[in-house]
Each structure stands twice: as structure tokens, then as C-alpha cells.
Design a protein around this ligand. Structure first.
Ligand code: ADP
Length: 220
């Protein structure tokens, strides 16, 4: 279903959000107080407006309260980001996502009414650090503070040509295999217990972070 989004702040992050929403066929109003940025997005967003989002009258005249989702991606100007988030909340916008520059900023954004606070730089740094220090982990997504979904390449001789049941991932490793990527094109979703694991397969596993790390360490 087509929804209406307002992206406020067309920096690198806000710009990517805007592009992706348009790609997904959503209606996007893009707002920035920098003329160059607005010109850049003129032919990308559904509508673009050159305005200072800190001006409440402007936000009202743009009908911000009628949008399904407002995304505040103002970067360095923390004061502006907080104020805009607060005003969007006061106008009754149902979903507000805001980008935080640091932990304190994030906490304030939550307090003034952001439904979702994102920390793209912190999270990307964390993910990259994790990836660089793990053995065969290709990627991972945090499902909560304790649990994650990880992609781990099978590089452990004792797993080669054995079935999931023989290896007994649930019992011995405390993880669940939700899918197996094999070669370039094959994806075996929800593999049965009799599924044979081959060298080079990529396992998509869900489990506690400690268990996922333990399995990854086995793959040395
Ligand atoms: P990023 O790290 O995502 O590139 P930036 O700080 O470069 O973040 O981008 C933030 C964007 O927000 C800039 O394009 C800037 O012009 C815009 N911006 C900052 N303050 C306001 C404001 N008060 N009203 C509208 N846009 C703003």
C-alpha cells in the first residue's frame, strides 16, 4: 500500500532513505533548507520543498500532520533535529523516525516523541568491527540485544557432508538454521533435518550472540 512519507534533511542518510522509499513506490515529500540539496532531489522525490524545518508555520502549511511517517534526518544541527521531532509529535504524526548523532541525542529524541531512533554510524561501525573480528561470519543482524541472525560460511571439516540432524545444531550449538545459501543461486529455506551440509555452504542461523560466536569460532 502506498504511504506518505516526509523526509526532513537530505544529507547522505536522509537522501538514501528518500531514494529507497521512492524506489519502493511510496510518496515522499523531501524537505531541506539547502538549495543545492533540494535541487538534487527535485527529480527524485515526489515533492521537494526548500524550507527551514524549524519553522512551525512552514511545517503546518506543508500539512505535516497528515503524513503517515515523518523521518527526521537532520545531521549536525542537534537542536534543529530535536525541535522538528517535537513539533512533528505535537502535530500528531503517527510514526516518527529520527536519526541520532550520539547516545545523548538519541535519548532526547525518544523523550520528545520519536517512535524509532536510529544510530546509523554507531551501528555500522559495530557491525563492521564484528565482521572484521569474526572468522567466517559474512553478516549479521541484531534481533535484540542478545539474539542475532548471522550468515556463517561452513569451513569446518567435521560438518562436511553431514546432515543437520547428525551435527545436531540445536542441541550442540544452541542455534537454529533458518536457511542455507549454496553457490550463487541456491537458497534452501527452512531446511529439513535430513539436509546435508556441504563445504562452502553459508548457514543463516538464529541464536544467542554467544552461541553464534561460538559456532563462528568453530569454523576456523
Ligand atoms: P548526513 O551525515 O546524513 O550527510 P548532514 O548533516 O550532512 O547529514 O545532512 C543533514 C541535512 O539536513 C543537510 O542537507 C542540511 O541542509 C539539512 N538541514 C539541517 N538543518 C535543517 C533545517 N533546520 N531545516 C531543513 N533542513 C535542514
Amino acid at each position: 500500500m502506498r504511504k506518505t512519507f516526509a523526509v526532513i534533511g537530505l544529507g547522505r542518510f536522509g537522501g538514501s532513505v528518500c531514494k529507497e522509499l521512492v524506489e519502493s513506490n511510496q510518496e515522499v515529500l523531501a524537505i531541506d533548507n539547502c538549495e543545492d540539496r533540494v535541487n538534487e532531489y527535485m527529480n527524485i522525490a515526489t515533492h521537494t520543498v526548500l524550507a527551514n524545518a524549524q519553522d512551525e508555520a512552514t511545517l503546518r502549511s506543508l500539512g505535516l500532520r497528515n503524513f503517515d511517517h515523518v523521518i527526521v534526518t537532520i545531521g549536525e544541527d542537534i537542536q534543529a533535529s530535536i525541535l522538528v521531532t517535537l513539533m512533528a509529535k505535537e502535530m500528531g504524526v503517527p510514526h516518527i523516525t529520527a536519526k541520532a548523532q550520539n547516545e545523548y541525542h538519541g535519548r532526547v529524541l525518544e523523550k520528545v516523541g520519536a517512535d524509532l531512533v536510529v544510530h546509523p554510524e554507531r551501528d555500522m561501525g559495530f557491525r563492521l568491527g564484528h565482521k572484521l573480528t569474526s572468522n567466517n561470519m559474512i553478516d549479521f543482524i541484531e534481533l535484540s540485544d542478545d539474539y542475532s541472525l548471522a550468515e556463517i560460511r561452513v569451513n569446518y571439516k567435521q560438518f562436511f557432508n553431514k546432515t543437520i540432524q547428525e551435527i545436531n545444531f540445536r542441541k550442540h550449538y544452541n542455534v537454529t538454521i533458518v536457511a542455507i545459501r549454496r553457490g550463487k543461486n541456491d537458497l534452501i529455506v527452512s531446511p529439513p533435518a535430513e539436509q546435508v551440509i556441504l563445504e562452502g555452504d553459508v548457514l543463516l542461523v538464529v541464536g544467542h550472540n554467544d552461541d553464534v560466536d561460538y559456532l563462528d569460532a568453530k569454523m576456523k
